[in-house]
Design a protein around this ligand. Structure first.
Ligand code: PBG
Length: 328
Protein backbone atom coordinates (compact mmCIF):
# COMPACT_ATOMS: atom_id res chain seq x y z
CA UNK A 1 0.00 0.00 0.00
CA UNK A 2 2.49 2.58 -1.00
CA UNK A 3 3.81 4.50 -3.96
CA UNK A 4 3.11 4.20 -6.85
CA UNK A 5 -0.40 2.88 -6.06
CA UNK A 6 -0.85 5.64 -3.49
CA UNK A 7 -0.38 9.15 -4.76
CA UNK A 8 -1.83 11.72 -2.29
CA UNK A 9 -1.29 14.42 -4.91
CA UNK A 10 -4.21 12.99 -6.96
CA UNK A 11 -6.71 14.68 -4.66
CA UNK A 12 -4.92 18.00 -4.76
CA UNK A 13 -5.03 18.46 -8.50
CA UNK A 14 -8.03 20.74 -8.77
CA UNK A 15 -9.91 23.15 -6.56
CA UNK A 16 -12.99 20.94 -6.80
CA UNK A 17 -11.11 17.90 -5.54
CA UNK A 18 -9.58 19.97 -2.76
CA UNK A 19 -13.03 21.29 -1.81
CA UNK A 20 -14.50 17.79 -1.78
CA UNK A 21 -11.85 16.45 0.58
CA UNK A 22 -11.34 19.46 2.82
CA UNK A 23 -11.64 18.49 6.49
CA UNK A 24 -12.04 21.80 8.30
CA UNK A 25 -14.38 24.66 7.45
CA UNK A 26 -14.21 28.03 9.08
CA UNK A 27 -17.70 29.46 9.39
CA UNK A 28 -19.05 32.83 10.37
CA UNK A 29 -21.00 31.01 13.11
CA UNK A 30 -17.68 30.32 14.86
CA UNK A 31 -16.65 33.97 15.22
CA UNK A 32 -16.92 36.40 18.11
CA UNK A 33 -15.78 40.01 17.68
CA UNK A 34 -14.20 41.85 20.66
CA UNK A 35 -15.08 45.54 21.15
CA UNK A 36 -13.58 48.23 23.41
CA UNK A 37 -16.14 50.67 24.78
CA UNK A 38 -15.31 54.11 26.15
CA UNK A 39 -17.46 56.94 27.57
CA UNK A 40 -18.48 59.93 25.45
CA UNK A 41 -20.19 60.39 22.11
CA UNK A 42 -18.87 60.02 18.56
CA UNK A 43 -15.57 58.72 19.92
CA UNK A 44 -13.44 56.51 17.76
CA UNK A 45 -9.87 56.25 19.11
CA UNK A 46 -7.73 54.06 16.86
CA UNK A 47 -5.42 51.71 18.76
CA UNK A 48 -1.91 52.18 17.41
CA UNK A 49 -0.76 48.60 17.80
CA UNK A 50 -4.01 47.14 16.41
CA UNK A 51 -4.57 48.67 12.95
CA UNK A 52 -8.28 48.67 12.08
CA UNK A 53 -9.43 48.47 15.71
CA UNK A 54 -10.58 51.45 17.78
CA UNK A 55 -12.03 52.27 21.17
CA UNK A 56 -15.66 53.22 20.52
CA UNK A 57 -18.21 55.25 22.44
CA UNK A 58 -21.60 53.60 22.92
CA UNK A 59 -23.22 55.34 19.93
CA UNK A 60 -20.38 54.20 17.65
CA UNK A 61 -20.50 50.70 19.13
CA UNK A 62 -24.17 50.53 18.18
CA UNK A 63 -23.29 51.30 14.55
CA UNK A 64 -20.44 48.79 14.63
CA UNK A 65 -22.68 46.09 16.09
CA UNK A 66 -25.26 46.61 13.36
CA UNK A 67 -22.53 45.93 10.80
CA UNK A 68 -21.34 42.91 12.77
CA UNK A 69 -24.85 41.50 12.92
CA UNK A 70 -25.42 42.16 9.22
CA UNK A 71 -22.26 40.21 8.43
CA UNK A 72 -23.82 37.23 10.18
CA UNK A 73 -21.45 37.20 13.16
CA UNK A 74 -23.45 35.78 16.07
CA UNK A 75 -21.82 37.57 18.98
CA UNK A 76 -19.53 40.22 20.39
CA UNK A 77 -17.50 40.35 23.59
CA UNK A 78 -17.41 43.74 25.28
CA UNK A 79 -14.55 45.33 27.23
CA UNK A 80 -15.23 48.59 29.08
CA UNK A 81 -12.73 51.36 29.74
CA UNK A 82 -14.20 53.80 32.29
CA UNK A 83 -13.27 57.46 32.74
CA UNK A 84 -12.42 56.91 36.38
CA UNK A 85 -10.44 53.98 37.64
CA UNK A 86 -9.98 53.27 41.36
CA UNK A 87 -8.41 50.68 43.65
CA UNK A 88 -11.54 48.52 43.81
CA UNK A 89 -12.70 48.84 40.17
CA UNK A 90 -16.05 50.43 41.10
CA UNK A 91 -17.17 51.11 37.53
CA UNK A 92 -17.10 47.37 36.80
CA UNK A 93 -20.14 46.71 38.98
CA UNK A 94 -21.89 50.09 38.89
CA UNK A 95 -25.32 49.84 37.28
CA UNK A 96 -24.39 53.04 35.49
CA UNK A 97 -20.95 51.78 34.45
CA UNK A 98 -19.66 51.99 30.91
CA UNK A 99 -20.46 48.37 30.05
CA UNK A 100 -23.90 48.51 31.64
CA UNK A 101 -24.77 51.59 29.54
CA UNK A 102 -23.45 49.91 26.43
CA UNK A 103 -25.46 46.76 27.13
CA UNK A 104 -28.73 48.66 27.51
CA UNK A 105 -28.15 50.58 24.28
CA UNK A 106 -27.06 47.52 22.29
CA UNK A 107 -29.91 45.32 23.54
CA UNK A 108 -32.36 47.91 22.36
CA UNK A 109 -30.71 48.87 19.05
CA UNK A 110 -29.28 45.55 17.90
CA UNK A 111 -31.54 42.78 19.14
CA UNK A 112 -30.49 39.37 17.98
CA UNK A 113 -26.78 39.92 18.52
CA UNK A 114 -25.43 37.85 21.44
CA UNK A 115 -23.78 40.17 23.96
CA UNK A 116 -20.98 38.60 25.96
CA UNK A 117 -19.13 40.59 28.61
CA UNK A 118 -15.58 40.18 29.82
CA UNK A 119 -15.77 39.92 33.60
CA UNK A 120 -12.56 41.18 35.15
CA UNK A 121 -11.34 44.13 37.16
CA UNK A 122 -8.12 45.06 35.33
CA UNK A 123 -9.83 47.52 32.98
CA UNK A 124 -11.38 49.27 36.00
CA UNK A 125 -8.64 49.36 38.64
CA UNK A 126 -6.08 52.16 38.88
CA UNK A 127 -3.34 49.60 39.63
CA UNK A 128 -4.30 47.54 36.56
CA UNK A 129 -4.51 44.18 38.35
CA UNK A 130 -7.40 41.76 37.84
CA UNK A 131 -8.56 41.85 41.45
CA UNK A 132 -8.22 43.47 44.86
CA UNK A 133 -4.61 44.11 45.76
CA UNK A 134 -3.44 43.20 49.25
CA UNK A 135 0.23 43.85 49.92
CA UNK A 136 1.99 42.77 46.77
CA UNK A 137 -0.56 40.21 45.64
CA UNK A 138 -4.14 39.91 44.45
CA UNK A 139 -6.50 38.67 47.16
CA UNK A 140 -8.37 35.76 45.60
CA UNK A 141 -11.38 35.32 47.86
CA UNK A 142 -12.10 39.01 48.37
CA UNK A 143 -12.01 39.45 44.58
CA UNK A 144 -14.65 36.75 44.07
CA UNK A 145 -17.31 38.92 45.67
CA UNK A 146 -16.61 41.76 43.27
CA UNK A 147 -16.60 39.46 40.23
CA UNK A 148 -20.00 38.15 41.33
CA UNK A 149 -21.33 41.71 41.66
CA UNK A 150 -19.89 42.58 38.25
CA UNK A 151 -21.48 39.54 36.59
CA UNK A 152 -24.90 40.20 38.11
CA UNK A 153 -24.75 43.84 37.13
CA UNK A 154 -23.85 42.91 33.52
CA UNK A 155 -26.67 40.39 33.28
CA UNK A 156 -29.21 42.83 34.73
CA UNK A 157 -28.17 45.35 32.10
CA UNK A 158 -28.70 42.82 29.30
CA UNK A 159 -25.64 40.57 28.95
CA UNK A 160 -26.53 37.24 27.33
CA UNK A 161 -23.38 35.51 28.59
CA UNK A 162 -20.57 36.37 31.01
CA UNK A 163 -16.92 35.54 30.44
CA UNK A 164 -14.73 35.72 33.55
CA UNK A 165 -11.11 36.37 32.51
CA UNK A 166 -9.52 37.17 35.87
CA UNK A 167 -8.11 33.68 36.67
CA UNK A 168 -9.09 33.79 40.35
CA UNK A 169 -9.66 30.31 41.82
CA UNK A 170 -13.32 29.43 42.34
CA UNK A 171 -14.84 32.28 40.39
CA UNK A 172 -16.86 30.19 37.97
CA UNK A 173 -18.64 28.40 40.84
CA UNK A 174 -19.23 31.65 42.71
CA UNK A 175 -20.70 33.35 39.63
CA UNK A 176 -22.83 30.30 38.74
CA UNK A 177 -24.34 30.14 42.24
CA UNK A 178 -25.12 33.85 42.25
CA UNK A 179 -26.71 33.80 38.80
CA UNK A 180 -28.86 30.82 39.77
CA UNK A 181 -29.97 32.44 43.03
CA UNK A 182 -30.78 35.77 41.42
CA UNK A 183 -33.05 34.38 38.72
CA UNK A 184 -30.55 33.90 35.89
CA UNK A 185 -30.10 30.12 35.70
CA UNK A 186 -30.31 30.33 31.90
CA UNK A 187 -27.32 32.65 31.46
CA UNK A 188 -24.24 30.71 30.27
CA UNK A 189 -20.68 31.22 31.50
CA UNK A 190 -17.76 31.17 29.09
CA UNK A 191 -14.74 30.70 31.34
CA UNK A 192 -11.27 31.84 30.37
CA UNK A 193 -10.15 28.48 31.77
CA UNK A 194 -6.59 28.06 30.51
CA UNK A 195 -5.39 31.63 30.32
CA UNK A 196 -1.64 32.00 30.12
CA UNK A 197 0.53 34.88 31.36
CA UNK A 198 1.36 35.96 27.83
CA UNK A 199 3.38 38.69 26.18
CA UNK A 200 0.84 38.54 23.35
CA UNK A 201 -1.63 40.64 25.38
CA UNK A 202 0.55 43.74 24.89
CA UNK A 203 -1.63 45.59 22.36
CA UNK A 204 -4.81 44.81 24.36
CA UNK A 205 -3.31 46.57 27.36
CA UNK A 206 -2.87 49.66 25.20
CA UNK A 207 -6.49 49.30 24.05
CA UNK A 208 -7.88 48.72 27.54
CA UNK A 209 -5.38 50.98 29.29
CA UNK A 210 -4.86 48.12 31.74
CA UNK A 211 -1.11 47.56 32.06
CA UNK A 212 -0.35 46.60 35.69
CA UNK A 213 1.25 49.56 37.46
CA UNK A 214 3.52 47.23 39.44
CA UNK A 215 4.52 43.61 39.07
CA UNK A 216 2.86 41.36 36.52
CA UNK A 217 0.06 38.80 36.28
CA UNK A 218 2.12 35.67 36.85
CA UNK A 219 0.66 35.00 40.30
CA UNK A 220 -2.76 34.36 38.74
CA UNK A 221 -2.36 33.65 35.01
CA UNK A 222 -0.75 30.36 33.96
CA UNK A 223 2.89 29.68 33.20
CA UNK A 224 3.25 29.29 29.40
CA UNK A 225 5.24 26.10 29.91
CA UNK A 226 2.38 24.14 31.49
CA UNK A 227 0.08 21.77 29.62
CA UNK A 228 -1.04 19.31 32.32
CA UNK A 229 -1.98 22.24 34.53
CA UNK A 230 -4.15 23.61 31.71
CA UNK A 231 -6.09 20.35 31.77
CA UNK A 232 -6.57 20.65 35.54
CA UNK A 233 -7.73 24.28 35.20
CA UNK A 234 -10.26 23.32 32.56
CA UNK A 235 -11.50 20.36 34.64
CA UNK A 236 -12.10 22.67 37.61
CA UNK A 237 -14.01 25.22 35.56
CA UNK A 238 -16.22 22.53 34.01
CA UNK A 239 -16.88 21.11 37.48
CA UNK A 240 -17.83 24.58 38.70
CA UNK A 241 -20.34 24.97 35.88
CA UNK A 242 -18.59 26.54 32.88
CA UNK A 243 -20.73 26.09 29.76
CA UNK A 244 -17.92 27.01 27.40
CA UNK A 245 -14.22 26.82 28.29
CA UNK A 246 -11.55 28.93 26.66
CA UNK A 247 -7.88 28.59 25.85
CA UNK A 248 -6.00 31.86 25.48
CA UNK A 249 -3.91 32.85 23.53
CA UNK A 250 -4.63 30.61 20.55
CA UNK A 251 -1.80 30.22 18.04
CA UNK A 252 1.10 29.58 20.44
CA UNK A 253 -1.19 27.16 22.36
CA UNK A 254 -2.71 24.99 19.61
CA UNK A 255 -1.48 21.90 21.44
CA UNK A 256 -3.49 22.93 24.51
CA UNK A 257 -6.60 23.51 22.38
CA UNK A 258 -6.23 20.01 20.95
CA UNK A 259 -5.65 18.39 24.36
CA UNK A 260 -8.63 20.15 25.94
CA UNK A 261 -10.92 19.16 23.07
CA UNK A 262 -9.81 15.53 23.20
CA UNK A 263 -9.94 15.28 26.97
CA UNK A 264 -13.32 16.93 27.59
CA UNK A 265 -15.30 17.27 24.36
CA UNK A 266 -16.79 20.38 25.97
CA UNK A 267 -17.75 23.46 23.93
CA UNK A 268 -14.40 25.16 23.43
CA UNK A 269 -13.43 28.71 22.54
CA UNK A 270 -9.98 30.03 21.68
CA UNK A 271 -8.94 33.67 21.91
CA UNK A 272 -6.83 34.82 18.96
CA UNK A 273 -5.43 37.67 21.04
CA UNK A 274 -4.32 41.20 20.31
CA UNK A 275 -0.63 40.32 19.79
CA UNK A 276 -1.50 37.56 17.34
CA UNK A 277 -3.59 40.09 15.41
CA UNK A 278 -0.88 42.77 15.63
CA UNK A 279 1.87 40.58 14.25
CA UNK A 280 -0.06 39.53 11.17
CA UNK A 281 -1.27 43.08 10.58
CA UNK A 282 2.21 44.55 10.96
CA UNK A 283 3.74 42.06 8.55
CA UNK A 284 0.90 42.61 6.07
CA UNK A 285 1.24 46.40 6.25
CA UNK A 286 4.93 45.97 5.45
CA UNK A 287 4.06 43.85 2.45
CA UNK A 288 5.78 40.86 4.02
CA UNK A 289 2.74 38.59 4.28
CA UNK A 290 -0.51 38.27 2.31
CA UNK A 291 -2.97 39.36 4.98
CA UNK A 292 -6.07 37.58 3.74
CA UNK A 293 -4.24 34.34 3.23
CA UNK A 294 -2.45 34.21 6.58
CA UNK A 295 -5.56 35.34 8.45
CA UNK A 296 -7.64 32.49 7.02
CA UNK A 297 -4.81 30.03 7.53
CA UNK A 298 -4.43 31.07 11.18
CA UNK A 299 -8.16 30.96 11.95
CA UNK A 300 -8.61 27.63 10.16
CA UNK A 301 -5.69 26.19 12.13
CA UNK A 302 -7.29 27.22 15.41
CA UNK A 303 -10.46 25.44 14.34
CA UNK A 304 -8.56 22.38 13.11
CA UNK A 305 -6.82 22.18 16.51
CA UNK A 306 -10.26 21.76 18.10
CA UNK A 307 -11.78 25.17 18.85
CA UNK A 308 -15.51 25.52 18.20
CA UNK A 309 -15.49 29.28 18.67
CA UNK A 310 -12.83 31.87 17.92
CA UNK A 311 -12.69 35.28 19.54
CA UNK A 312 -10.80 37.37 17.02
CA UNK A 313 -10.25 40.98 15.95
CA UNK A 314 -10.32 39.57 12.41
CA UNK A 315 -13.98 38.53 12.80
CA UNK A 316 -15.37 41.17 10.45
CA UNK A 317 -12.66 40.71 7.83
CA UNK A 318 -13.08 36.93 7.92
CA UNK A 319 -16.88 37.18 7.78
CA UNK A 320 -16.67 39.33 4.64
CA UNK A 321 -14.53 36.74 2.91
CA UNK A 322 -16.67 33.82 4.07
CA UNK A 323 -19.78 35.61 2.86
CA UNK A 324 -18.30 35.86 -0.62
CA UNK A 325 -17.41 32.17 -0.52
CA UNK A 326 -13.75 32.98 -1.06
CA UNK A 327 -12.36 31.09 1.93
CA UNK A 328 -10.16 28.17 1.11
C1 PBG B 1 -8.36 40.66 31.09
C2 PBG B 1 -8.22 40.34 29.66
C3 PBG B 1 -7.07 40.47 28.90
C4 PBG B 1 -7.39 40.06 27.61
C5 PBG B 1 -8.72 39.68 27.62
N1 PBG B 1 -9.21 39.85 28.91
C6 PBG B 1 -5.75 41.05 29.21
C7 PBG B 1 -4.86 40.56 30.23
O1 PBG B 1 -5.08 39.52 30.86
O2 PBG B 1 -3.89 41.25 30.44
C8 PBG B 1 -6.44 40.03 26.47
C9 PBG B 1 -7.03 39.95 25.12
C10 PBG B 1 -6.09 40.28 24.02
O3 PBG B 1 -4.86 40.40 24.17
O4 PBG B 1 -6.61 40.43 22.90
N2 PBG B 1 -9.52 41.38 31.36
Amino acid sequence: MSFPSHRPRRLRRSENLRRMTRETHLRVDNLIMPLFIVPGARVENPIGSMPGIAQLSVDRAVEECKQIRDLGIPGVILFGIPDEKDAVGSDAYSDNGIIQRALRALKEAVPGLTLITDVCLCEYTDHGHCGLVKGNDVDNDATLELLVKESLSHVRAGADMVAPSDMMDGRVGAIRRALDQQGFPHIPIMAYAAKFASGFYGPFREAAESTPQFGDRRSYQMDPANGDEAIREVALDIEEGADIVMVKPALPYLDIIRRVKEEFGHPLAAYNVSGEYAMLKAAALNGWLDEERVMLEALTSIKRAGADLILTYFAKDAARILEQGRAT
